[in-house]
Design a protein around this ligand. Structure first.
Ligand SMILES: [Zn+2]
Length: 157
């Protein structure tokens, strides 16, 4: 987890640079076209304001994608270069503080998910497959066992 100790911020802001593993980031995304199995890289400046923590910097998450049109595999990166989060320490909705530490992970996760690609394309003008789309074939393969499973259930009745 990416935690910031508020005591370390009292004198001056800090810079954080490092990696957050896929397990720690725990996006909870199960998309066969977009896989986020590599660690997220972060470079952040964190400072303590009067009654809030301000984190700014960049987040880069490598993604292994499959083009949703032509099924070609390609690697890309989800980049949030001007990322910023303002976390109030007081007021109506303060950020949780545990042992003087604030966990930035949930806020990173949230913003990565907002930008997560839904229909990845190997290139913006990908023409897709000329013959029958392979994706349809795969979809059929998937549903066949389900049909058999349903038939098996019917037989049992
Ligand atoms: Zn493509």
């Amino acid at each position: 987890m990416l935690k910031v100790n508020l005591r370390h911020l009292e004198e001056q802001g800090i810079h954080l640079q490092g990696e957050l593993s896929a397990a720690e980031l725990d996006l909870g995304v199960n998309d066969e076209l977009v896989r986020a199995e590599q660690p997220l890289r972060y470079a952040l400046s964190v400072e303590l304001l009067h009654d809030a923590v301000l984190a700014t910097g960049s987040l880069v998450l490598p993604l292994d994608c499959e083009c949703s049109r032509c099924l070609k595999r390609f690697a890309t990166e989800l980049k949030l270069t001007g990322w910023a989060v303002h976390l109030p320490l007081a007021g109506e909705d303060p950020v949780p503080v545990d042992n003087d530490c604030v966990d930035l992970t949930p806020f990173i996760r949230e913003d990565i998910l907002l930008d997560f690609p839904q229909h990845p394309l190997c290139k913006p003008d990908c023409a897709g497959l000329k013959s029958k789309p392979a994706r349809k074939v795969r979809a059929v393969e998937k549903t066949v066992p389900e049909v058999w499973a349903k038939l098996d259930k019917l037989k049992l009745k």
